[in-house]
Design a protein around this ligand. Structure first.
Ligand code: FAD
Length: 474
């Protein structure tokens, strides 16, 4: 008699990955009388290659319980706006359409106004055996989850699905790309092993669905624009064209592999070339596609040299930023910077500035430099800012405030309010890089001190700045 093949979710590989990705956040036990396992989807808005979902399925089957997947959207997250709400709601509609085919019970609750029912997750957790959620250090998710875990009546596990290499493989804060790169190189191919997913063995009974007194959003008849208009959020940040969801992400990925990957190393340096890089960062930020799927697809497309450059951005720099935000609680403050940066800032804090701009002037793109203004306008109008001008945008702002602290706060505010990929670990990694994070000291200069300088004037010699400025006119 042939032996049944163990399911891939029961493999040593999955067990090892989960051991490095999952943390238990409270000391409450699993509740045997709980009616289901709850997966509270917060940052990984997909069913594929979702390690928290895998953990939830495994536990549901071990406990012989059904699995309930819950996603909620509140008006209270920082920078809640039409732009971000639209992306999340459009993706929820796509998830709902796929859930039934995958055998998953998925529900979405929209809290439109601040005084609407704010205890939905608590009420769902009250009847759960175990809650599994996403582990994500930014966008207020870690704090919200920690508060929830303190009051939850059952065990709460948080599982990271952001990186390809599990974040637990890096046990301390990494110093720079050159320190994390060799560690990633040893683990990456193994971590890319595909896993066959499955739904929980037991379906959620209708009786439980009906008895859950939560006002589920009707995703079959969802009018996204109308719902967004009813929400108590910032309506001055409008939606931008963006094909939200896994299908949109895959279409973008394949277009990039077909049209731009071959010349990625050069084209990514030209800001007026809107197709020169993948533009996948919002999809990756919202967890609509896994970084592992992106990398496997890029590797399979050929162009080994370009794929290696792309991998360095997608894995080394992205996972360095994740490691920074997971391991350093000061990731959004000057305190998150190394000692040499503090010393040079102290020495240059009173240097005269060529200009000082308020947050409002910066937000309205009212500086003396049209290249900087065009970068700011690109982000406000499209939700995206090209990587090359993003570095210049950050470095120049450092020069244009009375105190370094103000520059950091202004950049975080603008980036997280307007960029579709904002509020991500890479937001903090990228912005703090402008202040010397992950870098080494350079030559001493006014205001920059020994932080690596970058100049808008010199940049004009390296790419077609005028073409870029024409794309985002006043
Ligand atoms: C001041 C500043 C702010 C930034 N803010 C953000 C942000 O809010 N969100 C964000 O995702 N990235 C941010 N970055 C990093 C980078 O600019 C963007 O990830 C990249 O421009 C996204 O475009 P793309 O998807 O076409 O990138 P591609 O060149 O196609 O790269 C592929 C993927 O690799 C990752 N990646 C690329 N460059 C970096 C990098 N330097 N650091 C970390 N990950 C990287 C992204 O996920 C990106 O989608 C910032 C960089 C700077 C200097």
């Amino acid at each position: 008699m042939s032996q049944a093949r163990p399911h891939p979710l029961e493999s040593d590989f999955v067990r090892d990955q989960l051991a490095l990705r999952a943390v238990t956040l409270n000391e409450v036990r699993t509740q045997p009388e709980g009616e289901y396992v709850l997966y509270w989807m917060q940052s990984t808005h997909r069913f594929e290659e979702n390690w928290a979902l895998r953990q939830a399925v495994l536990h549901a089957d071990r406990l012989n319980k059904p699995l309930l997947i819950h996603q909620g959207l509140d008006p209270t997250y920082e920078h809640a706006s039409d732009r971000i709400h639209t992306v999340i709601l459009e993706n929820a509609r796509a998830l709902h359409a796929r859930a039934a085919a995958l055998g998953l019970s998925y529900q979405f609750v929209l809290r439109r106004r601040r005084d609407d029912d704010r205890r939905v997750v608590d009420r769902l957790a009250a009847r759960a055996a175990l809650v599994v959620t996403d582990r994500f250090p930014t966008a207020g998710i870690a704090e919200r989850t920690a508060r929830f875990a303190e009051r939850a009546p059952c065990r709460v596990d948080a599982v990271e699905s952001h990186g390809i290499v599990p974040s637990g493989a890096f046990v301390k804060e990494e110093y720079a790309a050159r320190t994390i790169r060799p560690k990633i190189a040893k683990l990456l191919d193994l971590a890319l092993e595909p896993v066959e997913d499955r739904p929980a063995a037991r379906a959620l009974p209708d009786a439980i669905w009906r008895s859950l007194e939560v006002d589920r959003l009707d995703l079959d008849r969802l009018d996204v624009a109308a719902e967004v208009a009813r929400c108590e959020i910032d309506h001055t940040v409008p939606p931008v064209p963006f094909a939200s969801g896994l299908d949109g992400a895959r279409a973008r990925l394949h277009a990039f592999c077909d049209d731009a990957l071959a010349d990625y190393a050069e084209r990514r340096n030209e800001p007026s070339d809107t197709a020169g890089s993948s533009r996948l960062s919002p999809y990756l930020h919202f967890g609509q596609i896994s970084a592992a799927e992106v990398l496997r697809t890029v590797r399979a497309a050929g162009y080994a040299e370009s794929a290696a450059k792309f991998q360095d951005e997608l894995v080394t720099w992205r996972e360095l930023a994740l490691n920074f935000c997971l391991r350093n609680p000061e990731f959004g403050k000057l305190k998150g910077l190394p000692d040499w940066v503090h010393r040079t800032m102290a020495a240059h804090t009173d240097d005269p500035r060529e200009a000082i701009y308020s947050l409002e002037q910066l937000e309205r793109a009212e500086t003396h430099d049209e290249l900087w203004n065009a970068a700011q306008r690109e982000m406000v109008r499209t939700g995206h800012m090209h990587n090359v001008v993003r570095m210049l945008w950050g470095k120049s702002t450092l020069l244009w405030t009375a105190r370094y602290k103000h520059a950091l706060e202004h950049l975080i505010h603008l980036n997280n309010k307007w960029a579709l990929d904002g509020r991500d670990p890479s937001s903090y990694g990228g912005i703090q890089w402008c202040f010397g994070k992950f870098d080494r000291p350079w030559f001493d200069k006014p205001v920059f001190g020994v932080i690596r300088p970058m100049s808008l004037a010199r940049a004009r010699e390296k790419f077609d700045a005028e073409a870029y400025i024409r794309m985002f006119p006043r």
